[in-house]
Design a protein around this ligand. Structure first.
Ligand code: FUL
Ligand code: CA
Length: 506
């Protein structure tokens, strides 16, 4: 062995066994003899894979549920629908994507196939598709139109492909896994770049239904090979379901969570090490990653939350819900409780029978966007001065760059950042961000304002992560301070935003 080989071996072993942090990875092994400090250190150094970081920075993704259910007025089909029912009169995917873009969404996810098995693209695997419908005389391809619109307007494009398939004759047999791989391969090769693949966990077969064992690991391998930058969400290794469909995430939202099925033989070997299989277990409890939770884990993994919600009561379009579209204020509250709680918000906007987004949805989306624009237009932190007893780079706290950060000197984990607004201002919203490309670390924080010469606590919480947004009763103040009370290693605090909005939506 040459010297170079030895060094390489040492580095590799060091990483693979989870001791050093020489190679950045989105997982870490925990050994039975690791003490608590070592475990905390490991947790603090788990970082998102590049695809996970890109996904998190999107903040807002739009879901388009459209398909057979749009025409039968149902939420779940039967798989027995006649393809002739599918006949949008003026489908305009450009309108969908333009609406999404105007509302601030950065990516969309389209239901290429829902549980009823009807394919919105002319798949070679089945005749149960748009090819058998009257729409465009059977020559249409909705996936193609949505993909092209996303490309035109510069949005990411993702697909929802339901594992559960009520129509496929092979469903319930081994062959279904081949059938599914062929469908995936069509979608991942014929439509350009795919940014997210969304696998739903729903299955309503019931006690006498067909039992299908999904070969998820094989499917993941196909995705990694054909679209290595795509995140695989929900029933997948990259992105976790937040656990509800309400739009409201957790107060304490850790992106680093325990993983007990960490298997060294099925991690990728490219420059950034990432997990390629789904962490096992139910991840719906309130606390997924506190010190208490990670202490007894066998491994740790970067597995962030996606919060999905529909703008209407249902996932598919129903005319009787035209007056039940969520209000702009409700969407703003959801935004604070999802994006503002270290999650990505996935809002479903279902196109109607014409194949267009309805005016009621457009109107609410544009008002929601206007509320956000108004709220965040004037960041008072930009003209503030920051100081700290034990920190460096206070000048990077309001440079509107989430990858430049303030941190503490030496090994100080707790810190206080003083914020001087120079002139008294009205304040009722704060924004906090960590540089998650270096990990998630903050465990407890408080924000105080000096009011009538006394410090008043205006906001407090546990995790920050990619973004934390908090509204509170308006204060008139010149001085604020942010206390980072507990952190896993030195905090890497990238942004503080301070705002005032006339209307409050709490
Ligand atoms: C659920 C499905 O059953 C719904 O129809 C919808 O697609 C939602 C996003 O996921 O599990
Ligand atoms: Ca910054």
């Amino acid at each position: 062995m040459t010297k170079l080989h030895k060094i390489f071996f040492a580095l590799f072993f060091c990483h693979a066994s989870g001791y050093g942090q020489t190679i950045e990875a989105n997982y870490a092994f925990i050994h039975s003899d690791d003490d608590s400090l070592t475990i905390i250190k490991k947790a603090a150094n788990v970082v998102p894979a590049a695809r996970q970081l890109r996904w998190q920075q999107l903040e807002l993704i739009a879901f388009f549920h459209f398909g057979m259910n749009t025409f039968t007025d149902r939420e779940w089909g039967t798989g027995k629908e006649d393809p002739s029912i599918f006949n949008p009169t003026s489908l305009d995917a450009r309108q969908w994507v333009q609406v999404a873009k105007n509302a601030g969404f950065k990516q969309i996810i389209f239901t290429a196939k829902h549980h009823d098995g009807f394919c919105l693209w002319p798949s070679k695997t089945t005749s149960h598709s748009v090819a058998s419908s009257p729409w465009k005389k059977g020559l249409g391809d909705v996936v193609k139109e949505v993909a092209a619109a996303c490309k035109e307007f510069g949005l990411g494009f993702g697909i929802y492909l339901s594992p559960w398939d009520m129509n496929a004759a092979v469903y319930g047999t081994d062959e279904y896994n081949d059938f599914f791989v062929t469908q995936l391969t069509e979608l991942l090769t014929n439509y350009g770049r795919i940014d997210e693949v969304w696998f739903d966990g729903a299955n309503g077969e019931g006690p006498n239904g067909k039992k299908q064992v999904y070969d998820f690991n094989r499917w993941y391998a196909v995705i990694r090979k054909l679209q290595p930058d795509a995140t695989i969400a929900i029933m997948g290794p990259d992105v976790r379901w937040v656990g509800t469909e309400t739009g409201y995430g957790r107060d304490q939202e850790w992106s680093v969570v325990p993983i007990d099925n960490l298997n060294p033989s099925i991690t990728e070997t490219n420059s950034q090490q990432t997990v390629t299989f789904k962490p096992a277990g139910d991840m719906r409890s309130d606390d997924l990653g506190s010190r208490q939770k990670i202490m007894h884990a066998k491994g740790l993994v970067w597995y962030p939350a996606e919060t999905d919600v529909s703008i209407r009561p249902g996932w598919f379009y129903h005319a009787e819900e035209d007056d039940k579209v969520k209000s702009p204020e409700k969407l703003l509250d959801i935004y604070f409780n999802s994006v503002g709680k270290n999650s990505v918000l996935l809002v479903n906007i279902p196109p109607d029978k014409k194949g267009m987004i309805h005016d009621s949805d457009i109107s609410t989306l544009m008002k929601w966007k206007a509320l956000r624009d108004e709220m965040f237009k004037n960041n008072l932190a930009k003209s503030a001065t920051f100081s700290s007893n034990n920190g460096i780079n206070t000048n990077l706290l309001a440079d509107e760059n989430s990858t430049t950060y303030f941190t503490t000197k030496n090994k100080y984990e707790a810190t206080v950042i003083d914020i001087d607004l120079k002139i008294p201002q009205l304040v009722n919203v704060v924004l906090l961000q960590e540089d998650i490309s270096k990990g998630q670390r903050i465990e407890q924080f408080e924000v105080e304002a000096l009011v009538n010469k006394k410090w008043r606590k205006i906001a407090a919480g546990s995790t920050v992560g990619y973004k934390r947004l908090i509204q509170f009763d308006t204060v008139h103040t010149k001085k604020l301070r942010l206390k980072i009370i507990a952190s896993r290693l030195n905090p890497q605090f990238s942004e503080i935003g301070i705002f005032y909005t006339k209307k409050q939506y709490k």
